[in-house]
Structure formats: structure tokens, C-alpha cells
Write a protein that binds this ligand. Structure first.
Ligand code: SF4
Length: 340
């Protein structure tokens, strides 16, 4: 019996690909790779959408994390980025290479994916698909059941392991054929659709580029903080992050590292700010600006070693200053000095 290693995201396309292969009598095992920039689920859980999809398909799934090497790839991709800072081709090469190694370990005959020709502008163009296969050492070993009949036959099709005539010829960005097929196959519950990658987000991309310019050696902790709070690059060149809600205030408190200060209102409720100790005064002014009413307040500064000090009667930062320092700010919509 042929054995496939399916790249399973938990989205509709890869779930359909798995179901089609199972229908052809192929044994299927799945693999899922989470990234530090996936916003679908908490990383501690792995990709729960992939686990759920694997359960529905009745197949085993192994979830792998990606870490510092993934961040390095995102910082310095070999191929052009997409509209954000998403290096989709490099990303796919890395994931395919790892999947290829796992394929050998589990004794699978080929890799299967839910890719649809022309669905994604970067990585699902024909040329890009060929490049990714070649660069990951998997030329001919990747089967894309949803679009296979529009593509060169892969090795499992050529060798007769998989009946090409029963594969599909879906292409393009409309998802209607997949939705129709899901109905026919009784697949009703699919999560984590396209759009789960922060690297494609414009606001996130601005923050990432700012870090590349000012702190290019930044690590995974700083990368994860890029999706937390409002970010300011103040005139000293230092970064200040101001929480937007209780959850973000708590996340910053938990992430506070040696040599960082956490600034918060002393009495009234309001946001926390994470910064270098030498930026505490500016951070305090930003905290005051984002405290309801944008008023003069007392603040508490907590050092990473547990030291605490107070600053009395901190004036809120000027709206124009906050707006000028903001990294990747959105249009004003009311609420703080620049609207959120
Ligand atoms: S959208 Fe994100 S996860 Fe998907 S291929 Fe591009 S960089 Fe990788």
C-alpha cells in the first residue's frame, strides 16, 4: 500500500487532500509545523486545528515547532517576500525540507499537500512550486491531489502508486470548488483557514522592519512581543511597548527580561509599558497618554531585579509625539492620543 506524508495545516485544502488520498486507498500520516508567527492557537498547544483535522480524518499527526532558525530565515530570505514580510518561498522550502526528512523516517513514499495551483500569489504559482520542490530536494516527490491533473505527474503517479485519473484539477483563488467538494465529502468543520500568518499582516510587517533596522539581532522573545501592544520607537532609538488591554499588560509583565523596566499607573487603572530603564520617563508619559482621559498621573516603575520606584505627576505625552514615534500605527479612531 502506498504511504503519504501529508502536510496538514488544519485548513480546508489540506483536509480535502487527505480525504482524497484515503479514498484512493493510500495510507496517510500527517505532519504540521507551527511557526512563531502563527496566530491561530497558543504555541503551547501546537496547532490544535491540525490535530482536530487529523482526528476527523482518522490519521496520526505529528506537530513540530519552528524556532530560532525559522526566525533567521524570516530575517534573511533568499527569495522575494510577499506583500508583508512573509518569505513564503523560503518558508515552504524549509518546511518541505523538514517534511522530506520526516518522510524518510516514517517510510512514506511521497509528500502530499493541499496546495491549489494559483490559489496563493507567491508559493502556489507553477514556477514557485517547482522551485520549492527542487530547493527542498523533493523534485517529483510532492503530490498535490487537488490540482494534480494540471501539473506534471509526480513520481507516485508515474509509478502507479496513485491513480492520477482520480485526482483533481482545481485551480485559482475561488474556494468554491473546495467548499463544494467538502460538502460532497461531508466535511463541515474546518478551522484555521488561510490568513493565520502574522508575517502577511501590514502592521506586523512595519514592526518587523523597524526591528530589522534598529535591533537586527533580535530573538524569538522580541519577535513574539511584536504582536503585543502598541509599539513606539522613541527619539533615543529605544523601543517602548504600551499594552492595549489587561491581557497584553500581563503578557508584557510575564515577558519582562533582565535589564527591562515595566511602567504602570500607580493608582488609576491604565496600561503598562515595557522599556529599557533609561526610557522609563518617556514610557511613563506614554502610559499617562493612554490612561483614560490622558491625564497627569503617578506611575510605578518596576525593574527586572524587583526594584520599584515611583514617578509623581507624570504629564501625558503629546498626541503629535506619540503619533510620530508610533511604529505601524493605524488611523486615529478615538481612545488614545492616536486613536486606539
Ligand atoms: S504565509 Fe507565512 S506560513 Fe504561509 S508560506 Fe508564507 S511565510 Fe510561510
Amino acid at each position: 500500500m502506498a504511504k503519504a506524508l501529508l502536510l496538514l495545516s488544519g485548513g480546508l485544502d489540506s483536509t480535502l487532500a487527505g480525504r482524497l488520498l484515503l479514498g484512493l486507498g493510500v495510507q496517510v500520516e500527517a505532519v504540521n509545523f507551527t511557526s512563531p508567527f502563527c496566530r491561530c492557537t497558543p504555541k503551547s498547544l501546537g496547532c490544535s486545528a491540525a490535530r482536530k483535522a487529523a482526528d476527523q480524518l482518522g490519521i496520526p499527526v505529528r506537530v513540530f515547532g519552528t524556532g530560532a532558525d525559522y526566525l533567521e530565515m524570516v530575517k534573511h530570505p533568499r527569495f522575494p517576500r510577499g506583500s508583508g514580510v512573509n518569505p513564503c518561498i523560503d518558508c515552504r522550502i524549509m518546511i518541505f525540507s523538514r517534511a522530506g526528512r520526516h518522510m524518510a523516517e516514517v517510510g512514506a513514499d511521497f509528500i502530499a499537500t493541499g496546495e491549489v495551483l494559483g490559489e496563493r500569489p507567491m508559493s502556489q504559482r507553477l514556477e514557485a512550486m517547482r522551485l520549492i520542490e527542487r530547493e527542498s530536494g523533493l523534485a517529483g516527490k510532492v503530490l498535490r491531489p487537488l490540482s494534480a491533473r494540471l501539473l506534471e505527474p509526480s513520481e507516485p503517479e508515474k509509478s502507479g502508486l496513485v491513480d492520477r485519473s482520480r485526482l483533481l484539477s482545481i485551480q485559482g483563488r475561488s474556494r468554491q470548488p473546495q467548499i463544494q467538494l467538502a460538502r460532497e465529502l461531508g466535511i463541515t468543520d474546518y478551522l484555521c483557514p488561510a490568513g493565520g500568518c502574522l508575517l502577511t499582516d501590514k502592521e506586523f510587517a512595519a514592526r518587523f522592519r523597524d526591528m530589522m533596522e534598529h535591533e537586527p539581532g533580535f530573538g524569538l522573545r522580541e519577535a513574539r512581543l511584536l504582536s503585543v501592544g502598541r509599539h513606539f520607537r522613541i527619539p533615543s532609538g529605544s523601543k517602548v511597548i504600551v499594552g492595549r488591554n489587561q491581557e497584553e499588560n500581563q503578557a508584557m509583565a510575564a515577558a519582562q527580561a533582565a535589564g527591562e523596566a515595566l511602567v504602570a499607573p500607580a493608582v488609576v487603572p491604565g496600561p503598562s509599558a515595557l522599556c529599557r530603564p533609561e526610557s522609563a520617563e518617556t514610557a511613563a508619559a506614554l502610559v499617562a497618554a493612554y490612561t483614560e482621559g490622558g491625564m497627569t498621573i503617578d506611575v510605578v516603575v518596576r525593574g527586572s531585579a524587583g526594584g520599584v520606584c515611583q514617578m509623581a505627576s507624570v504629564q501625558p505625552a503629546l498626541r503629535a509625539s506619540a503619533a510620530a514615534w508610533r511604529v505601524g500605527s493605524r488611523p486615529p479612531a478615538g481612545g488614545g492620543p492616536d486613536g486606539d
